[in-house]
Structures are given as structure tokens and as C-alpha cells.
Design a protein around this ligand. Structure first.
Ligand code: ADP
Length: 273
């Protein structure tokens, strides 16, 4: 669905901040991208819908080249982006108008716009707030509004660039639930996150380090290598850290155990034995 071929990019005249990134994102995949601050995650994300164009290499989205000017509108409609700060993503003064802004710009006829607005607000649980002023909403509600605005464009791929970073726990939980629902409904999800627990939502994880892809695997495979992650300034989720400590003292809990529930089950089995 998205293919990056040996992509490098640098801002202004600077050295490359991402180098030789080759990556295929498959239809229906839930891909997490992690890495310490400045490792190049956002720069990669902005290549997925042509917000940035490679200095060298190519990016294809459903067969269309992002550097091809004639394809860019189709690509932007197809790859929605949700950013960290919801305030920067709000453009009007009424919730429902904000959601309709994107489809209106696509030139869609008014009755169809309202159908999309209704559907998108419903999907993010914001229908009851449709007449409100966006600036009166909580951070989590604003972010759900931003997601609705993206959904109203009917994208097949949605990129969440640290979309939960500025939210309180409730707001985070709501946005995570929406990501799960969208993935279950068949959307392709790319999630950039600093929260290692969120990585467990994904099918596949890319670890970025110093502008390159350092690791690529399932969450189980990635978290088998806690030392390597730590060497790149990253941590493992708490249950994995506990698992590794127990295993170091001889417990032998399988690598597939990543959550507190499954860890508790494994310990209980051994205790009852
Ligand atoms: P991450 O998302 O992993 O934190 P970024 O892709 O934002 O990493 O940044 C990668 C590198 O590019 C960093 O060194 C950062 O300082 C630099 N950078 C990011 N955005 C800009 C910009 N708009 N202008 C100049 N340098 C930038």
C-alpha cells in the first residue's frame, strides 16, 4: 500500500536526518514506529503523504509517486494524518463544520458532506458535541475531533504522529480505542509513539535510530531484545521488564508474554505447580 524505496531527507541544507529508509506498509497493517527523540520518526511520517518529498529515493502510495504533483491530492486524501497538538488541527469555530472542512475542500456535494460528518462524528463518539465550539473541548475531545476531520476524507491509511502525547490518561484511552476500532474496520494504521505500552496494539514495529531503521519485527520479536532497545534510549513495557527479571532468576516465561494479564497467568501456573 505504501512503499518507501531508499528514502533520504534533510531539512534545508542540513545533513540527512533520515537515510536509506526502505519500508513496505501493507494493506490493513497496524504499524508502530518508535525511536528516541530526533531519531527521524516524524520525518518518515511526513513522507507517507507527500508533506515532505525525499531528497533521494521514492515513496509510492497505492502505486502513485508522492513527488508527482498530479497525484498529491489523491495521496493526501488517501493518507490521513493526526498530529500531536489538537489545537493546531482545528480550523473552524463549530465542531461539525470542522469535520466538514476537508470534504468540502475535496469538492464533495453538500448532502454527501453532511453524511460524512455524521458518520465521522459517530465513529469517534463526538456526535453530542457537534454544535459546540472546538476551543471549549478537552484535549482528548479535540483530538477525537481532529480524527473525525481526517475520517471524513475517507482515507484508507491513517498516520497518528504521537497523537496521544499531549492527552490525559482518559483522552489517551479514548484515542487508543479509536485506533483499535479503525484497524478492526480495515483501515491501515501507522502509529508513532513514545509509549512502549501502545506498541502492543500493533502487528509490526519499526525502531528508528539516528535516522535509520534499526529493528523491524512483531512486538514479541522487538521486546525479546530489551538490551538493544535500551542501548537506543528506549524502554520495554513494564510487564516485559518484570518477565525478563523473572527469567533471569530461572523462571522461563515465554517471549510471547507481553501484557500484565498474560504475565500473571504464567506466574499463577507456575505457583500452582
Ligand atoms: P522524531 O520524530 O523521531 O523526534 P524528527 O523526524 O522530528 O524526529 O527529527 C529528526 C531530526 O530532524 C532532528 O534532528 C530534528 O531536529 C530535525 N528536524 C525536524 N524537523 C525539522 C525542521 N522543520 N527543520 C529543521 N530540522 C528539523
Amino acid at each position: 500500500m505504501i512503499e518507501l524505496i531508499s528514502v533520504s531527507y534533510g531539512y534545508n541544507d542540513s545533513e540527512d536526518v533520515i537515510s536509506d529508509i526502505s519500508l513496505t506498509i501493507n494493506d490493513g497493517e497496524f504499524l508502530a514506529i518508535v525511536g528516541h527523540n530526533g531519531s527521524g520518526k516524524s520525518t518518515v511520517a511526513k513522507h507517507l503523504n507527500g508533506l515532505l518529498l525525499p531528497r533521494s529515493g521514492q515513496v509510492y502510495v497505492n502505486g502513485l509517486l508522492t513527488s508527482d504533483e498530479e497525484s498529491i491530492l489523491t495521496i493526501r486524501q488517501n493518507v490521513g494524518m493526526v498530529f500531536q497538538n489538537p489545537d493546531n488541527q482545528i480550523v473552524t469555530t463549530v465542531v461539525e463544520e470542522d469535520v466538514g472542512f476537508g470534504p468540502e475542500n475535496l469538492g464533495i456535494e453538500t448532502p454527501k458532506i453532511w453524511e460524512r460528518v455524521d458518520e465521522a462524528l459517530e465513529l469517534v463518539g463526538m456526535t453530542e458535541f457537534r454544535k459546540r465550539a472546538p476551543h471549549m473541548l478537552s484535549g482528548g475531545q479535540k483530538q477525537r475531533l481532529a480524527i473525525a476531520g481526517v475520517l471524513a476524507m475517507h482515507p484508507s491509511i491513517i498516520v497518528f504522529d504521537e497523537a496521544t502525547a499531549m492527552l490525559d490518561p482518559k483522552g489517551r484511552e479514548d484515542v487508543i480505542a479509536i485506533m483499535k476500532d479503525l484497524h478492526a474496520a480495515g483501515k491501515t494504521i501507522v502509529m508513532i509513539t513514545q509509549h512502549m505500552e501502545e506498541v502492543l496494539l500493533s502487528d509490526r514495529v519499526i525502531v528508528m535510530n539516528a535516522g535509520r531503521i534499526a529493528m523491524d519485527g512483531t512486538p514479541t520479536q522487538i521486546f525479546e531484545n530489551a538490551d538493544k532497545l535500551r542501548s537506543m534510549g528506549l524502554d520495554v513495557p513494564l510487564p516485559v521488564a518484570i518477565r525478563d527479571k523473572l527469567n533471569a532468576s530461572g523462571m522461563n516465561i515465554p517471549a510471547s508474554v507481553l501484557t500484565l494479564d498474560s504475565l500473571a497467568d504464567e506466574i499463577e501456573k507456575r505457583l500452582s505447580r
